[in-house]
Design a protein around this ligand. Structure first.
Ligand SMILES: [Zn+2]
Length: 456
């Protein structure tokens, strides 16, 4: 199988077997003590927006279609067009570049809306030019503007990742020439001995322009047939290039079942792990700008139907996936869908008590803390107080615990009193909420040992 262009639809056996739900990660102490459980951050369901195929300067869809067409005529002239090549006859009306000024407008809008997620930055897009060397045939100022917009506007709310080197042909790293293999074709089943070096090269090009990426995105199903080796290579490359012990990768979509956040290659002693971020919906923004584009598939106008309400109802990370070209081309068709979907998500959660927008890396770090922290509960000497100890090398913001069977009157973290709030809507980092049955507490979890003192 050469042409498995899409990441969608075949969550492999390795992924299925390794699923760690992380949602019922209760750390049960002795029977007569309150049960302590890690909840979703601030008792809200994470939302995140993944943007794939974004490149500095060029419109990746234009070059992908052109190069795939040329490749097919050369290698498989009797096979029909596949993937985005079905839009070959639209090339004449498709822009080959997307302006930095549009990226600024898009990034500003997302920032004002509170949207967070991941934004790809393909470092050698379609082999047209290296992000650290320039794009022959394009005004040098466009690349400069793209880098400024990416770093100053988009990076505030979105992780930046390579989507491997070109997102079209595999690069021969000895010559930096394009080969006849495809990153999302043959490298769905990648040569493991070259994988780390390849991901290192992708990360290094971004590093060369001042971007320490938080993880990687697979072009299509890149790495899917050797997912555990891919995950290992991502972690090793992240350590090597950016000294990042807790990166993430985006490879899988889960369109039917409920998504999870599998944590791979965890080493609790070293504080190292890699998170698999799984998209649950999309791309219904329109992909190239000429593909399916429909807000109702995300969430219907009555807020009941579509994929997002189903995932939100199960309180699972709700991660939308869109391809960058559609947000600009064909009358910004994908941007219009995003605006409508965001409006409906705001209506779904009008007081912002149910959902929380997070970057992919923030979701990864939260799930690592949830699964890889050691919690213990001890009773206070002679009183109603209790002590909860947490030992972790996996820090996260908004770490949220439920202490079941306990109504706290006072709660301290590391000797500092937390503020009591009266409703879940007001629960923020550094506060606690006590009901007649349970107590919920949220704080920023630091690496090391943390002590919570609970007075009932
Ligand atoms: Zn892609």
């Amino acid at each position: 199988m050469q042409n498995e262009f899409s990441r969608r639809g075949f969550l492999g056996a390795a992924a299925a077997a390794g699923l760690g739900l992380g949602l019922s990660a209760s750390r049960v102490a002795a029977q007569d003590r309150p049960r302590v459980e890690v909840c979703n951050p601030l008792l809200r369901t994470p939302l995140s927006l993944i943007i794939d195929d974004s490149c500095p300067v060029i419109n990746k869809a234009y070059y992908w279609i052109q190069q795939r067409h040329d490749w097919r005529l050369k290698h498989e002239p009797n096979s029909p067009p596949s993937g985005w090549e079905v839009h070959y006859d639209r090339l004449g009306s498709m822009p080959n570049a997307i302006p930095a000024a549009f990226a600024a407008q898009w990034g500003d809008w997302c920032g004002a809306q509170g949207i967070r997620g991941k934004f790809s930055m393909v470092p050698f897009p379609a082999g047209v030019g290296r992000i650290d060397q320039g794009f022959p045939g394009f005004p040098p100022q466009e690349l400069k503007d793209w880098l400024r917009v990416t770093k100053e506007i988009i990076w505030k709310n979105f992780d930046l990742t390579p989507e491997m080197l070109t997102h079209t042909h595999v690069v021969d790293l000895k010559t930096w020439k394009l080969t006849e293999q495809w990153e999302q074709g043959e490298w769905v089943d990648p040569p493991v001995d070259q994988l780390t070096e390849y991901i290192v090269a992708a990360m290094q090009l971004l590093k060369n322009v001042g971007i320490a990426c938080e993880g990687v995105t697979s072009p299509g199903a890149f790495g899917k047939r050797k997912e555990m080796a891919h995950a290992r290579a991502v972690l090793d490359a992240a350590l090597q290039v950016n000294n990042n012990p807790r990166p993430f990768y985006f490879l899988n979509m889960e369109m039917e079942e409920m998504p999870t956040v599998p944590i791979r290659h965890a080493d609790k002693a070293k504080g190292e792990a890699v998170a698999s971020i799984i998209g649950c919906a999309g791309d219904w923004f329109g992909a190239t700008g000429y593909d399916e584009s429909n807000p109702d598939l995300f969430i219907t106008a009555d807020l009941q139907g579509g994929r997002l309400p189903a995932v939100l109802a199960k309180e699972r990370p709700t991660i939308l996936v869109g391809h960058w070209p559609c947000f600009y081309v064909n009358g910004q068709i994908g941007f219009k869908v995003l605006k409508e979907v965001k409006k409906r998500l705001d209506a779904y959660d009008p007081d912002k008590s149910k959902t929380i927008w997070m970057k992919n890396s923030e979701i990864g770090h939260y799930w690592m803390a949830r699964e890889l922290s050691d919690l213990s509960v001890t009773d206070g000497a002679g009183g109603p107080g209790r002590t909860i100890r947490i030992a972790t090398k996996f820090p996260t913001d908004n770490f949220t615990l439920a202490i079941h069977g306990c109504t706290a009157r006072r709660l301290q973290v590391g000797g500092t009193d937390l503020r009591q709030v009266q409703s879940q809507r007001d629960l923020g980092s550094g506060t606690f909420l006590a009901t007649d049955k349970d107590t919920f507490v949220a704080f920023d979890l630091k690496a090391g040992d943390t002590t919570l003192s609970v007075s009932a």
